[in-house]
Design a protein around this ligand. Structure first.
Ligand code: CA
Length: 231
């Protein structure tokens, strides 16, 4: 029998947590529920879940702080995170995603929506985690170690820039529209504007330095990573 994916629920409201846990269990997942950041950290230290449903407003440290810390730590940086929150401002959503969350759910949400997002995030993550690394035009990205180098020199990328580059490099030479990148890199549910993609492409190029030319703008169409950039 295939192992059931474990889902860590970090949520201080019992009614919401129980509803999520029951529905996850009925749909082939193995939920583990904790109510605050300290017990979430203990749970993570003991065993890595396949996915984390993380409430933003928690007693003690916030979900945002936890997401940032887990993203910064080599052991936890690839565990998918879906942020849960009552906040619906675009600035908050962008902050959640910038902290490294894979997706974002505003309360109240239906259990159907939750299951759809959980499955989508796991599907999106699965093939990427299986891959080792990819090298294009001297630029190398290692999925396992989360390292990016250009001509053997290490480069420092933010979590969103890393995911963006990972997607572009694993689908190199092909042109991707802003809408496609939002869908593939940010999530299936588009709640941020397309110009956000441009902002992160700019940051990505800056972080890549000389290798930034490998990330091409295709006028009127979108972006691509190419081994043969136009001069
Ligand atoms: Ca809460």
């Amino acid at each position: 029998m295939k192992k059931q994916p474990t889902v860590l629920i970090v949520e201080d409201e019992p009614a919401i947590a129980e509803l999520m846990a029951v529905n996850l269990r009925h749909n082939g997942f193995q939920p583990v529920w904790v109510v605050d950041s300290a017990s979430a950290q203990r749970e993570i230290d003991a065993a890595l879940p396949d996915l984390i449903l993380l409430d933003w407003m928690l007693p003690g440290e916030s979900g945002l702080t936890l997401a940032k810390r887990w993203r910064a730590h080599p052991r936890t940086k690839l565990v998918p995170i879906i942020m849960l929150t009552a906040r619906t401002d675009e600035a908050d959503r962008v902050a959640g995603l910038d902290a490294g969350a894979d997706d974002y759910m505003a309360k109240p949400f239906s259990t159907k929506e939750m299951l759809a997002r959980v499955r989508a995030v796991l599907r999106r993550r699965a093939p990427e985690q299986a891959e080792g690394g990819v090298t294009i035009g001297g630029l190398s990205l290692d999925v396992g170690t989360h390292r990016v180098t250009f001509q053997e020199q290490p480069l420092k990328l933010g979590p969103t820039e890393f995911k963006l580059l990972q997607y572009l490099m694993s689908h190199a030479e092909r042109v991707h529209s802003r809408g496609q990148l939002l869908d593939k890199v940010w999530g299936d549910h588009v709640f941020i504007e397309e110009r956000t993609v441009d902002v992160h492409i700019k940051r990505l190029r800056e972080a890549l330095g000389e290798a930034g030319v490998l990330v091409e703008t295709v006028r009127g169409s979108g972006y691509r990573v190419t081994a043969h950039p136009a001069p």
